[in-house]
Design a protein around this ligand. Structure first.
Ligand code: TXA
Ligand code: MG
Length: 363
């Protein structure tokens, strides 16, 4: 059987409890050892794991996700022995980052060892490595006895999964097992920092912010754009993305960034425009913006609330759920509120909103 022709694999769905933890981890570790694929929660988002040192197993990840070949996978490790198996010439500053942020939401790109097959690293000489802060992947790696190649457990191009239900929607019938361990605590993917260059470059923002990184290793460069350009309400061009696209819902997303007053006015105006064309509109809003106008009263078809502007960590946890929820409602357009504070994880939140959107308005 070959997954590329459709959903043909029987996927085991395993909901973890205190009683069955041990048997589920043994069962899924056996799947990994035999070259299979298992999705599991981490503290960032759900991952789709396979033996990262086994090219046949890794190929199954690419097939299941329909991920373009060449897009590098990162590896999840459990111990410093795992780390030394997969990376070499590790700079002193990288060890400092590990001491400060591991286990946790930081992927560190390092020079790779020859044990890591080319298919895993996208034929690069480097490899992203992370030690997750979650008992399920840590136990799974330990019991499988191998580092896991583990991209986010979504179909390529879809928002990352923060709930097991999202993995089921994308990958049921395409992978061997799904472990349901509840909602991912952070909800956005890890920060990625490339330590093979000087100064180090942050390739993807996440829960570990640039200031926090700089406190530990000094100057780092931002390899993504989160600065606002433009001062009027004209739509901005989509930022030059990474080589491979991310986070694109099926439905068109229009993002409005700026101060509350501008954002609420602009959203109300857009809503009116789309409705006059009889288009179905969904709104993805902070509580503050939702309070400024009556979305249903104005005729929006759907509204998903991300929580308060002042709590970007709550909005981060709910973002992918909100995008997936609205995306399932057969809307013509989703208008997203980008008025969130840029502090803490807010930078990563705005980055993901920009990636999801095809049109942006900013003040
Ligand atoms: O939080 C996370 O990182 C989640 C959980 C499951 O661990 N995983 C995840 O994996 O988001 P993925 O494959 O969806 O994203 C990994 C990112 C990609 O943007 C990839 O291009 C980049 O890291 N990456 C991996 N290895 C790289 C390398 N050697 N050089 C540059 N970028 C790399
Ligand atoms: Mg991903």
């Amino acid at each position: 059987m070959h997954v590329e022709n459709g959903n043909t694999i029987k996927t085991r769905f395993l909901r973890v409890s205190e009683e069955n933890f041990d048997s589920i981890l043994d069962e899924t570790a056996a799947i990994i050892r035999s070259g299979g694929t298992v999705a599991f929660p981490t503290e960032t988002v759900y991952g789709l794991g396979a033996d990262g040192l086994n090219p046949t197993a890794v190929r199954k990840i690419f097939e299941a996700k329909r991920r373009p070949p060449g897009n590098p996978l990162s590896l999840l490790v459990h111990s410093s022995e795992d780390l030394e198996k997969v990376a070499r010439n590790i700079p002193e500053k990288a060890f400092r980052l590990m001491d400060a942020f591991w286990p946790g939401p930081l992927t560190i790109v390092l020079e790779k060892n020859d044990t890591v097959p080319g298919i895993t690293s996208g034929n690069l000489q480097s490899i992203g490595v992370r030690m997750p802060d979650h008992i399920i992947p840590l136990e799974l790696i330990k019991r499988s006895g191998t580092p896991l190649a583990a991209p986010s457990a979504n179909l390529s191009g879809k928002p990352s999964p923060s709930l097991a239900a999202h993995v089921v929607a994308d990958l049921a019938g395409r992978i061997d097992a799904i472990i349901d361990g509840g909602e991912a605590a952070i909800g956005l993917e890890s920060t990625v920092i490339d330590m093979t260059v000087k100064p180090p470059v942050v390739l993807r923002p996440g829960a570990v912010g640039i200031e926090e990184l700089e406190k530990v290793i000094g100057k780092v460069r931002s390899g993504y754009k989160n600065d606002n350009v433009g001062t009027d309400a004209a739509p901005l061009e989509k930022q030059a993305g990474q080589k491979y696209g991310h986070y694109t819902p099926y439905t068109k997303v229009v993002l409005v960034e700026g101060e509350s007053k501008f954002v609420s006015k602009q959203i109300a105006k857009l809503l009116e425009n789309y409705m006059s064309r009889e288009e179905k509109v969904g709104l993805l809003l902070s509580e503050e913006i939702a309070d400024l106008f009556d979305a249903k009263g104005l005729g929006a078809d759907e509204c998903f609330l991300l929580g308060s502007q002042e709590e970007p960590e709550v909005a981060a946890r709910k973002l992918f759920e909100g995008l997936r929820n609205l995306d399932s409602k057969r809307l013509d357009v989703i208008i997203a509120d980008g008025s969130f504070s840029l502090s803490g994880i807010g930078d990563a939140l705005i980055n993901r909103l920009r990636e999801a959107s095809s049109i942006r308005f900013a003040i």
